[in-house]
Design a protein around this ligand. Structure first.
Ligand SMILES: NC(=O)c1ccc[n+]([C@@H]2O[C@H](COP(=O)([O-])OP(=O)(O)OC[C@H]3O[C@@H](n4cnc5c(N)ncnc54)[C@H](OP(=O)(O)O)[C@@H]3O)[C@@H](O)[C@H]2O)c1
Length: 226
């Protein structure tokens, strides 16, 4: 039976790559963009349907949840995220920058997952949150981008709370590190291309089906320290 994935934040970078990779493996893909004018690349991919969503806007999330009523998702992949004020330490970033970073990377993904959870197959579904190795409290500090890393650590923390409150379920939850990848966010120096990272992530998601619980993994399936 054909499987369905919802990729949040698929206009470019890893989200667009995930839409391509899932599609090439025969999945039905629902891909979200903030601006429907930025969907040219997605329009070229077979089996992709488009939705408009700003993950930080509660009304937008609610409207998407209503449009998805009656659709069962095998995978919800919450990929969207921002880098924030990259080169500023916590002492220099403005309150607005910090608020936007933590709301987008840590709070909005969990609110969205709570709202869309009824659409995810409760027996064999997978919910993936795009984390980062920089969010590991053990290994992230000292690797740079400390505020961004802290926002992903907050995402990991909130994801563990989300999982602890799931109760009896067949759902599997992944906190995923895509590797350091050449995208607008990852920059030109990154060693990995989008295709290598997304092929690996889709493989890990496929393997996780039916596993249950919560795993923090990289795109190659290596478990990461919290
Ligand atoms: N690249 C790396 O090396 C790397 C490493 C570790 C983790 N990550 C994580 O991987 C994810 C994707 O990163 P990327 O490198 O592909 O970044 P990117 O090229 O900057 O793309 C970010 C994507 O997120 C979307 N987005 C941002 N804010 C959103 C919002 N409020 N609502 C909906 N969509 C939103 C963007 O949409 P617009 O086009 O509308 O802005 C875009 O599609 C992020 O969570 C990032 O933190 C990346």
């Amino acid at each position: 039976m054909q499987k369905t994935v919802l990729v949040i934040g698929a206009s470019r970078g890893l989200g667009l790559g995930l839409a391509k990779q899932f599609s090439s493996e025969g999945w039905q893909v629902i891909a979200t963009v903030r601006n429907s004018q930025q969907a040219d690349a997605l329009d070229q991919i077979p089996r992709v349907s488009l939705e408009t969503l700003d993950m930080t806007d509660a009304a937008s999330v609610d409207a998407l949840a209503k449009r998805l009523e009656g659709t069962q998702l095998d995978v919800l992949f919450v990929n969207a995220g921002v880098a924030g004020p990259q080169d500023k330490p916590a002492t220099q970033a403005t309150e607005a920058e910090v608020g936007q970073l933590f709301f987008t990377n840590a709070v909005a993904p969990l609110r969205l997952a709570e709202r869309l959870r009824p659409a995810v197959n409760p027996e064999r579904g997978v919910i993936v949150f795009m984390s980062s190795i920089l969010g590991s409290v053990e290994t992230g500090p000292g690797m740079g981008m400390s505020l961004y890393g802290a926002s992903k650590a907050a995402l990991n923390h909130m994801t563990r709370t989300f999982v602890s409150e799931l109760g009896e379920t067949g759902l599997t939850v992944l906190s995923m590190h895509p590797g350091w990848v050449k995208t607008d966010m990852g920059g030109d120096q990154a060693p990995l291309d989008i295709e290598t990272s997304t092929r690996g992530m889709v493989e890990q998601v496929t393997r996780a089906v039916g596993h249950g619980g919560h795993l923090y993994l990289d795109y190659q399936g290596e478990p990461l320290p919290w």
